[in-house]
Design a protein around this ligand. Structure first.
Ligand SMILES: C[S@@+](CC[C@H](N)C(=O)[O-])C[C@H]1O[C@@H](n2cnc3c(N)ncnc32)[C@H](O)[C@@H]1O
Length: 218
C-alpha cells in the first residue's frame, strides 16, 4: 500500500514480528486485561455468526477463524491490504483452503461473489476517523453480502467509553502512533454507521469494546 494512502497507518504495524507475538499480546493480554473483554466469548460470537461463504476483513493471524472451527465445506475469503497478514493467516488456515485478496476495505472490494457472513473484528478502530468516515467500510462490505447475510465484529471504543486507566493510556499511545484512530468513536456512532447500510443492527458494549451484528443489507 502507498505510504500516502489514508489507510496506510492502520495496517502498517502488522509486521512479521508483530504477527508472531499477536496472539499472546492481543488475545492473551490486551483483550482480557486492558480492554476487559476476554477472547473466549468473542470466539463464541464468531462461531455463532460464521456461515458457509464467509469473508474475514482484516484477519490478523487468523486466530478467531481457527478457534471457531468452521464446519467442513465453509468457503473462507481473507481480505487485507497487508501481505504479511495474508501470508500468515492463510498459512495457519491452509487446511480450509482460503482465498486471499489484497485490498483495502475503504475502497470498493474487488470480490467476484457474494457472501453469507462477513467478520470485521478489531478493524474499525484501525481505520481513519472521524467515525462517520468509517461508514465507507461498512457500505463496501454490505455491497458484497447476500441480502440475508450477516456482518459481525468488535471494535475498541474511543475516550467516552468506561475504560480502565490502563485502557485510556493504551488508547492515547496507539492513537498517537497511528495504529488506531478512534478517540471519538462511540457505540451510538457505530450503531448509526451500521444502520446506514443494514436494516437490523445490534450493538453491545463490554468494557472498552463494542460487539456488533448487522443483517439485511440495504
Ligand atoms: C487488530 S488486527 C485484527 C485481527 C483479527 N481480526 C482479530 O480480531 O484478532 C487489525 C487487522 O485489520 C487489518 N486492517 C487495517 N486496516 C485495514 C484496511 N484499511 N482494510 C482492511 N484491513 C485492514 C490489519 O492489517 C489487521 O489484519
Amino acid at each position: 500500500m502507498d505510504r500516502d494512502d489514508p489507510s496506510y497507518k492502520g495496517q502498517a504495524g502488522y509486521t512479521r514480528f508483530m504477527l508472531a507475538i499477536y496472539d499472546p499480546w492481543v488475545m492473551g493480554f490486551m483483550a482480557p486485561v486492558v480492554w476487559k473483554s476476554p477472547a473466549p466469548p468473542i470466539v463464541v460470537r464468531y462461531r455463532r455468526n460464521l456461515r458457509r461463504r464467509h469473508l474475514d476483513v482484516g484477519p490478523g493471524t487468523g486466530y478467531l477463524i481457527e478457534k471457531s472451527e468452521p464446519a467442513e465445506g465453509t468457503e473462507i475469503t481473507l481480505l487485507d491490504p497487508n501481505p504479511n497478514v495474508l501470508a500468515r493467516s492463510s498459512r495457519r488456515l491452509a487446511a480450509l483452503h482460503p482465498v486471499t485478496v489484497e485490498a483495502d476495505v475503504m475502497k470498493p472490494l474487488p470480490l467476484p461473489g457474494r457472501f453469507d457472513s462477513a467478520a470485521l473484528s478489531f478493524v474499525l478502530h484501525c481505520l481513519r476517523g472521524p467515525q462517520e468516515h468509517k461508514a465507507v467500510a461498512i457500505r463496501n462490505i454490505a455491497a458484497v453480502l447476500e441480502p440475508d447475510g450477516v456482518l459481525f465484529g468488535s471494535t475498541v471504543l474511543g475516550m467516552e467509553a468506561p475504560h480502565s486507566r490502563a485502557a485510556r493510556g493504551a488508547l492515547r499511545a496507539f492513537n498517537r502512533h497511528g495504529d488506531f484512530d478512534n478517540l471519538g468513536d462511540t457505540a451510538d456512532g457505530l450503531r448509526e454507521i451500521l444502520e446506514g447500510s443494514f436494516e437490523t443492527v445490534d450493538v453491545e458494549e463490554a468494557g472498552s469494546i463494542a460487539h456488533f451484528t448487522a443483517t439485511g443489507s440495504r
